[in-house]
Design a binder for this molecule. Structure first.
Ligand code: PLP
Length: 474
């Protein structure tokens, strides 16, 4: 028998105690890491271990070394990037996933992991109101979801031209033109890069002041591309700085006129507006696309890492991703192999945490949460805009707020004041927000997406930001 240097259960109990203490105490933590990266490196610095040690001691040491360099991203005063709360139910499901140790590549090796994915996929499509026959790949996040969907797009538009990209590769293939909005997310460019599209193959469509593609400009580009052999259109549901949506009904209509066009939607967080009756109009028409990328670790509040690559045509999806090996059992009709829809073979069973969060919130809970976050965003925007010298730069249609300080000042001074205000707010540590460049200007970007954000924490955070601005304004 294999000897273990530790008792199995005590180490898990201790890890659970430490995790609970961290989460319960999150409200008392300063809203920024207490250490810089170099300080964290110094904290972890140690020679390569020559021998093992006791498991309980290891998790205690890990928590002691890591905690000063952790960010309270699950706190109610956290508004950085676009980050969900790693909800405790999703985390618990994720712990079970790790404890069960399932390699989710194959459905007959781990029927439960594959079944949880299959059922969660059906629920996701239902809640997001996407075609029920679409296929869903459980990936690490929206970047990989974009990658998977765009690989399916590339294969399918070339297949229609008689070119088998899975066999022949891209050298010598008919050209594909990529069309996207000028305010597309940077990771879409990463995904395009991974599948062999350089920036020169991209046509950028101008966007309005909120980052939404101009429908006439899009129609014009599509008109010009009418004789192009293949086109992939990438639109956006939820712009990272403004939360804006591209005009999907018009995009779908123009895209359909092209004889060989695939339309993909990057809906990392915005696709969830479809689950909220009051906000669904923003994503009207999205279901007319061919593929969709979204995240679980944003609005569904699953722990990292969790994203979904959704493709209308499951065959195109499978062709792009299938790993065929003689030792892997074939699938029967009606079966679904998790590895057929993602790049990896061996991976964690991501379906369990998605299943748990969908079960925890339900259709109504997801819709109510999205609605609550949208209301809180508008509340924060109005509190901030009421202060002299603060301007909300975007139309707050969803959950993202772009804020600029000293906007009547010349551009460089306004940038400087905005950066200083961000630094002041982060130094105080009551709430956390980061910065970004938006339409050529520095902004503070707030993302109201964490499950624990409440009206109280939203008001306290707006007050902290105003306090930071007043200190900078002097
Ligand atoms: C619109 C959009 N697309 C893609 C991504 C990338 O998502 P992920 O970091 O989960 O890969 C993001 C991240 O914020 C996003 O906002």
């Amino acid at each position: 028998m294999l000897e273990r240097p530790y008792e199995l259960i005590p180490v898990w109990e201790r890890a659970s105690e430490l995790a609970s203490a961290f989460r319960v105490g999150i409200g008392d933590r300063v809203q920024r890491p207490l250490q810089t990266y170099s300080e964290s490196l110094a904290t972890f610095e140690a020679p390569t271990p020559e021998t093992g040690s006791d498991g309980v001691a290891i998790v205690e040491e890990l928590a002691r070394l890591a905690e000063p360099g952790l960010h309270a991203m699950t706190g109610a005063h956290f508004f950085g990037w676009v980050i969900g709360n790693s909800h405790e139910v999703g985390v618990a499901a994720d712990w079970l996933t790790s404890a069960w140790g399932q390699n989710a590549g194959n459905h007959s090796a781990t029927p439960a992991a594959a079944a949880a994915e299959a059922i969660s996929a059906r629920w996701l499509l239902d809640i997001l109101r996407l075609p029920p026959s679409a296929s869903v790949g459980f990936v690490t996040g929206a970047t990989m979801a974009n990658f998977v969907c765009l690989a399916a797009a590339r294969g399918e538009v070339l297949r229609r031209l008689g070119w088998d990209v899975e066999q022949l590769g891209l050298y010598g293939a008919p050209p594909i033109t990529i069309v996207l909005g000028e305010d597309a997310h940077s990771t879409v460019f990463s995904a395009l890069q991974y599948i062999g599209f350089g920036h020169a193959s991209i046509r950028k469509v101008p966007a309005d002041t909120n980052g939404s593609m101009l429908p006439d400009a899009f129609a014009q580009v599509m008109e010009e591309l009418q004789t192009a052999p293949a086109v992939i259109v990438i639109s956006q549901a939820g712009q990272i700085n403004s939360g804006a949506f591209d005009p999907h009904t018009a995009i779908v209509e123009s895209a359909r006129k092209h004889p060989n066009c695939w339309h993909h939607v990057d809906g990392a967080f915005g696709l969830w507006a479809r689950a909220c009756p009051d906000r669904a109009f923003l994503a009207e028409g999205v279901d007319g696309a061919d593929s969709w990328a979204t995240d679980g670790h944003k609005w569904l509040q699953t722990p990292y890492d969790s994203g979904y690559a959704i493709v209308r045509d499951p065959e195109a999806h499978r062709r792009a991703m299938t790993i065929a090996a003689s030792y892997l059992p074939p699938i029967e009709a009606g079966e679904r192999d998790p590895s057929h829809y993602v790049p990896e073979l061996s991976r964690r069973a991501r379906g369990f945490s998605t299943w748990a969060m969908l079960r925890c919130l339900g259709r109504q809970g997801v819709g109510e949460m999205v609605d609550r976050h949208c209301h809180l965003s508008r509340l924060m925007a109005s509190l901030l805009a009421a202060e002299e010298g603060i301007t909300v730069m975007n139309d707050v249609v969803l959950n993202q707020i772009a804020v600029r300080f000293g906007p009547s000042e010349p551009s460089e001074l306004g940038d400087d004041l905005t950066r200083k205000t961000i630094a002041a707010v982060q130094a105080e540590g009551v709430c956390f927000a980061g910065g970004a460049k938006w339409k050529g200007h520095w902004i503070m970007r707030l993302s109201v997406i964490g499950y624990s954000i409440s009206e109280v924490s939203a008001r306290e955070s707006a007050e902290a930001i105003i306090r930071g601005w007043r200190a900078v304004r002097g």
